[in-house]
Design a protein around this ligand. Structure first.
Ligand SMILES: *[C@@H]1O[C@H](CO)[C@@H](O)[C@H](O)[C@H]1NC(C)=O
Ligand SMILES: *[C@@H]1O[C@H](CO)[C@@H](O)[C@H](O)[C@H]1NC(C)=O
Ligand SMILES: *[C@@H]1O[C@H](CO)[C@@H](O)[C@H](O)[C@H]1NC(C)=O
Length: 293
């Protein structure tokens, strides 16, 4: 009995492990797309460097419709004002007719001291339309002294942003009520570091201090696991309910997840487009009236 149970548990964790380890490496599944020596991939770690001459960017080789992308990032320490580190998924851009889908994390650097925390910026684009920003003050942990997990998960029910396994934001699928949801376009993961001193730090007032260069973001443990896009047929197969991410356990957050999320949002959410009356002049996007959890 006891052995059977142990065996059973071992089997379960093996399955979970194999699923989680699908394509788990920066070296095998990410490529440098910008930065020459400023972009360094080494086994299952990576370094993106910003200096006066260049930033850096990496791009995933897999294209997914649904699933999750997870990596551990240690952000630029010290004075990182106006240094922006991005981590996002997006479908291909079509410049003439922008209908892309995109799910974003962006880390906006800051000065040190005096409550100058990093800002964690999130957004989602569906059919080329974004304008769904939420921002958090990153003061519940120091994102620069150690690695922290950042996860993007999306399935037919919802898009979920998590930090260290704690959900911070959800965008639910209300497609049946006319609110577009990312279901049809394969997305790839990207990450980059760049200088955004025209806007990123305290509204552009604080510039990048180049005496602090190089600015280095460190990465570990890339994992992606989802429905691989192999051609237009994948739109159907990935939307087939036999896929693991259709499982009822992924339909909704659990109560503990919800509690943690609410606690983080209550304390650290500093911008929510759904409460920005001035910007939308009272005409909030329709999802602002829907429950997201
Ligand atoms: C930096 O810190 C200031 C507080 O001093 C804050 O207003 C700002 O939102 C923080 N983040 C960025 C990216 O400027
Ligand atoms: C963070 O990532 C590591 C490596 O992939 C993993 O072992 C760990 O379980 C993750 N932790 C959380 C809280 O997601
Ligand atoms: C840049 O950083 C150096 C070293 O900390 C400091 O002496 C200098 O005043 C900073 N420059 C600006 C413009 O803040």
């Amino acid at each position: 009995m006891a052995t059977a149970k142990v065996l059973f548990l071992a089997l379960i964790s093996l399955v979970a492990l194999q699923q989680a380890l699908v394509n788990a490496s920066f070296a095998s599944d990410m490529k440098c797309t910008w930065g020459k020596d400023n972009c360094q991939i080494n086994g299952d770690s990576a370094k993106l460097i910003l200096n006066q001459w260049s930033g850096a960017a990496i791009k995933g080789t897999d294209q997914l419709i649904y699933g999750y992308i997870d990596m551990r990032i240690k952000l630029v320490p010290g004075n990182s004002a106006a240094v922006v580190t991005t981590y996002y998924t997006t479908s291909e851009m079509n410049k003439e007719n922008d209908n892309h889908d995109e799910i974003d994390f962006e880390f906006l650097g800051n000065l040190t001291g005096n409550g100058n925390y990093y800002t964690l910026h999130t957004n989602i684009f569906v059919n080329g339309v974004g304008n769904k920003e939420e921002q958090f003050r990153m003061s519940w942990y120091d994102p620069t002294t150690d690695y922290h997990n950042y996860t993007i998960f999306w399935n037919p029910y919802m898009v979920v942003w998590s930090v260290d396994g704690n959900v911070i934001r959800v965008f639910r699928n209300y497609e049946d009520q006319g609110i577009p949801f990312p279901k049809y376009r394969p997305q790839r993961v990207y990450s980059s570091i760049w200088n955004a001193d025209d806007w990123a730090c305290q509204g552009g007032r604080v510039k990048t201090n180049w005496t602090q260069q190089p600015f280095v973001a460190n990465y570990l443990n890339f994992v992606d696991n989802g429905c691989q896009y192999t051609g237009t047929n994948s739109i159907l197969t990935c939307n087939d309910p036999s896929n693991w991410f259709f499982n009822s356990q992924y339909k909704q957050l659990t109560q503990p997840q919800l509690n943690t999320m609410n606690s983080i949002r209550n304390q650290y959410l500093v911008y929510n487009y759904c409460t920005d009356t001035k910007r939308f002049n009272g005409n909030f996007p329709p999802e602002c009236f829907k429950s997201q959890y």
